[in-house]
Design a protein around this ligand. Structure first.
Ligand code: NAP
Ligand code: G4F
Length: 344
């Protein structure tokens, strides 16, 4: 019998990579997509064309709708549920805090309730997409034991999701695990996250379709990993005998500025920084009159998480997981992919 997985958030960056991975591992994959007035399945269209209605099935759903969740879980009776569905943009969470809490905090609770109250008896494993954003400005390196001090409505909602997952594991003996993932990027990353915003702008600059990019806080430091590596870790967590919580990170941290420098390096431009604060600019080191990077207050957040750097020694020891792709390789690949897409 093939294993069955149910993925909430299958149309997102991680969901689309996880669906591919699980199909390769011989699972039947059920994905939940939201109703949208425009197409939101571009990341999974190729999977659907190849495996649609054979080993890949799509259903309409929403993690803000309890009855919908219950009936999907009861109908599909999966072996594993991955909850990747979320309003996942930190800055947007300051503008839509209530919706963010509904989807990101109550969403996992609704799924856990569906598993707990299932009429047909089945031991379903549950994965919750927790995040390094929960640590806020707690000192690095952040581990499974670091204090959670979220700085945004998003981080705060995710703390609820994290704790309710642990709570249902302890109270009802559910197999419920948290992956506490640090930032992870790749060619499928959403356009408004800083990595993809930078690489797609650099690609447009290279093809003379854009002149410069405007960013917010250039000095924030992130532990940036590769999305494919991180999805491998999710799968490993669900193959364990016991549920647990794991930090997934590279252990290295770079500023947004460094990301910018590497992205421009991929098109053979060396960036030199001048000025400070909102007046800081990034220009061509060969031709300082040519400005490529500007700063605007529009992209700053009411609160910032300044320095994320994780330690994944637990995942290394218990899951045998370690990151494979190097940061500079990932940045270069993203730029090259964006150039290729623009040329199509
Ligand atoms: P993403 O690309 O933004 O994808 C989010 C997914 O959730 C999309 O499929 C989206 O559907 C879906 N979704 C949003 N609201 C929903 C709702 N109310 N009901 C059902 N589905 C909903 O995010 P990602 O980067 O793949 O991240 C996956 C998960 O990991 C998220 O929970 C995120 O918070 C968490 N996380 C991400 C990172 C990271 O660096 N990427 C790090 C730590 C944790 P649409 O396509 O229709 O919008
Ligand atoms: O790419 P970002 O928007 O990612 P952020 O806020 O770190 O959140 C991502 O990682 C979390 C894990 O730690 C996930 F849970 C979450 O779902 C999401 O995937 O911003 C990264 C940094 C921030 O410090 C931000 O202030 O880049 C800075 N930044 C500077 N200029 C910018 C910009 N961020 C965005 N999105 N856009 C800018 O123009």
């Amino acid at each position: 019998m093939k294993k069955k997985a149910l993925i909430f958030g299958v149309t997102g960056q991680d969901g689309s990579l996880l669906a591919r991975l699980l199909i390769k591992k011989n699972y039947v994959v059920h994905g939940i997509k939201r109703r949208s007035s425009s197409f939101n399945t571009s990341r999974i269209d190729d999977i659907y064309q190849k495996y649609g209605d054979k080993s890949f099935f799509l259903h309409y759903g929403d993690v803000t709708d309890s009855l919908n969740i219950y009936s999907l879980v009861e109908k599909i009776l999966p072996d594993e549920i991955y909850n990747l569905a979320a309003q996942s943009h930190v800055k947007v969470s300051f503008e839509t805090p209530e919706y963010t809490a509904n989807a990101d905090a109550l969403g996992p609770l609704r799924i856990l309730e569906a598993i707990k109250n299932l009429k047909k008896r089945k031991k379903i494993k549950f994965y919750q997409a927790s995040t390094s954003e929960m640590f806020g400005n707690s000192s690095p390196p952040q581990t499974e034991n670091t204090k959670l001090e979220p700085e945004s409505p998003y981080g705060t909602a995710k703390v609820f999701g994290y704790w309710i997952t642990r709570n249902y594991r302890n109270a009802y003996n559910l197999f419920a695990s948290n992956g506490i993932l640090f930032n992870h990027e790749g060619i499928y990353r959403g356009e408004t996250f800083v990595s993809k915003k930078i690489t797609s702008a650099v690609a447009k600059i290279y093809l003379k379709k854009q002149k410069h990019i405007t960013l917010g806080n250039l000095n924030a430091k992130r532990d940036w990993g590769d999305a494919q590596d991180y999805v491998d870790a999710m799968y490993l967590m669900m193959q364990q005998k016991k549920p647990d919580d794991f930090v997934i990170s590279t252990g290295q941290s770079y500023t947004v500025k460094k990301f910018v420098e590497l992205a421009f390096k991929a098109i053979n431009i060396k960036i030199r920084w001048q000025g400070k604060g909102l007046s800081e600019i990034g220009c061509d080191a060969q031709n300082p009159k040519r400005i490529y990077v500007k700063v605007s207050s529009k992209y700053f957040r009411p609160n910032e998480v300044n320095f994320l750097k994780g330690s994944s020694s637990k995942a290394k020891k218990l899951l045998g997981w370690k990151p494979k792709k190097k940061f500079h390789v990932m940045v270069e690949e993203m730029v090259k992919y964006d150039i290729k897409q623009l040329k199509l």
